[in-house]
Design a protein. Sequence first.
Length: 104
Amino acid sequence: MTAETNTGTIEAAGSCCSPTGSCHGGGVADAAQSGTTAVYLVKGMTCGHCEGAVSEEISAIDGVTSIEAVAASGRVTVVSAAPLDEAAVRAAVDEAGYELVGRA
């Protein structure tokens, strides 16, 4: 992607994606430096769609800055500005159609 500046030269424009081509690669590790990280176990996730549904619901909780859900392990890593109320996380996971087992 390129952009022309007012001087007529071409420079690379910014991109949301990392060099690996993933828009979300490394987000949890990067965000963990500036927040609180909690890992939860979620029962019932089997695919990428499940990961997305859980991530979408948890991301709606105030203060959440980053989420990484992994269906294969059932682990959901959440980075937030402050510690989250587990009842709010449980409600979000329930809304997505899955079961929060607890913290990993």
